[in-house]
Design a protein around this ligand. Structure first.
Ligand code: NAP
Length: 317
């Protein structure tokens, strides 16, 4: 029986499934393993079922025992793993695409709504009974007719576009490559990020974190937005330069932000806290029972496919 290190707690049904298939080392206290501990616990293991909270950088990967042949990441993103380092050691890396698209797009839409319609201030006022209706109380930005710029029109971006279109938003996007007409669904393609930003009343960041996208939304990029734009990020914190975004909020260049992901999670830049117009969530993108169950099942299926065939359709390196 193959031996698997599971670095974080999963839902019980998924842990039971793993126990039936593998000799598993579960993390019953859901401890955040240090890199040293992860290396120590992986001794004698054939694979690791990892999570986005595990920093599998080059140094860590180089210290993994030779027995480890696969890192099955419990996420569609894999910015936490050095793919090249894994490849050099002949370790396969897999992810969990598609099953989390709908849940994450729901949060992407919630960020847009929450930021545009001043949900943080509204919740605070309602909870403290510190409000009264008036014609100009918490006036926000209407989505109908606003231009939504999607940076990274992949699975999640396209689903957000679909819902946003039904709310009357006009969809623009930037990818490195243009989509086919059936995937675009009438959205306008921008060959450059600068061009996309110039028409984005609301920006939705949906691209992966990579060497190319780190701090892509920086001071220069923010200057390209229309004044009073709204910036949302459902992808990864590394893509946004926090200081620049907070500064843009200070100057009211940016009207509001909607964020689910942060650099250095779970500690987010305190500069966001002083802005009532920051609608902030604690990385809830895929957090539904259906989706977390499906993600773990897929991460387990990826292990099984790899051990059975030596390959895997969800291999990313
Ligand atoms: P996907 O289908 O691979 O889509 C990614 C899109 O980004 C593609 O359209 C890609 O198009 C574009 N892209 C990649 N690199 C780019 C670059 N340098 N510049 C511009 N566009 C670029 O991925 P997905 O399933 O939609 O997931 C997207 C990301 O969401 C994940 O990587 C993950 O980090 C994040 N996510 C967050 C949560 C959460 O809990 N908040 C949950 C799930 C996923 P081109 O290749 O043509 O450029």
């Amino acid at each position: 029986m193959k031996k698997i290190l599971v670095t974080r707690r999963l839902l019980r049904s998924n842990e039971d499934k793993l126990k039936n298939l593998y000799d598993v080392n579960l993390n019953l206290n859901d401890e955040l393993y240090s890199q040293d501990k992860l290396i120590e616990l992986s001794q004698g293991c054939d694979g690791i079922l990892s999570a986005l909270t595990d920093k599998l950088d080059e140094e860590t990967i180089n210290k993994l025992p030779d027995s480890v042949k696969i890192l099955s990441n419990f996420a569609v993103g894999f910015g936490n793993i050095d793919l090249e380092a894994a490849k050099k050691r002949n370790i396969a890396v897999t992810n969990t695409p598609e099953v989390l698209t709908d849940a994450t797009a729901e949060i992407g839409i919630l960020l847009i709504l929450g930021a545009c319609r001043r949900a943080s201030e509204g919740i605070e006022g309602a909870r403290e009974s510190n409000w009264k209706w008036s014609a100009d109380y918490l006036i926000g930005k209407q989505l109908t007719g606003a231009r939504l710029g999607i940076l990274g029109m992949g699975r999640i971006g396209q689903k957000i576009a679909h819902v946003a279109r039904s709310l009357g938003m006009i969809i623009h996007y930037h990818n490195r490559s243009k989509l086919s007409g059936d995937k675009e669904q009438g959205a306008t393609y921008h060959e450059t990020l600068e061009s996309l930003l110039s028409v984005s009343d609301v920006l939705s960041v949906c691209c992966p974190a990579s060497k190319e996208t780190v701090n892509l939304i920086n001071k220069d990029a923010l200057e390209k937005l229309p004044k009073g734009a709204v910036v949302t990020n459902v992808a990864r914190g590394d893509i946004v330069d926090d200081e620049a975004l907070i500064n843009a909020l200070d100057r009211r260049k940016v009207y509001a932000v909607g964020l689910d992901v942060y650099k250095g999670e779970p500690n987010l830049n305190p500069g966001y806290m002083k802005h009532k117009s920051a609608f902030i969530l604690p990385h809830l993108g895929s957090a539904t029972k259906e989706t977390r169950t499906a993600m773990a099942n897929l991460a387990i299926d990826n292990l099984t496919e790899f051990f059975d065939t030596g390959g895997c359709k969800n291999k990313v390196n």
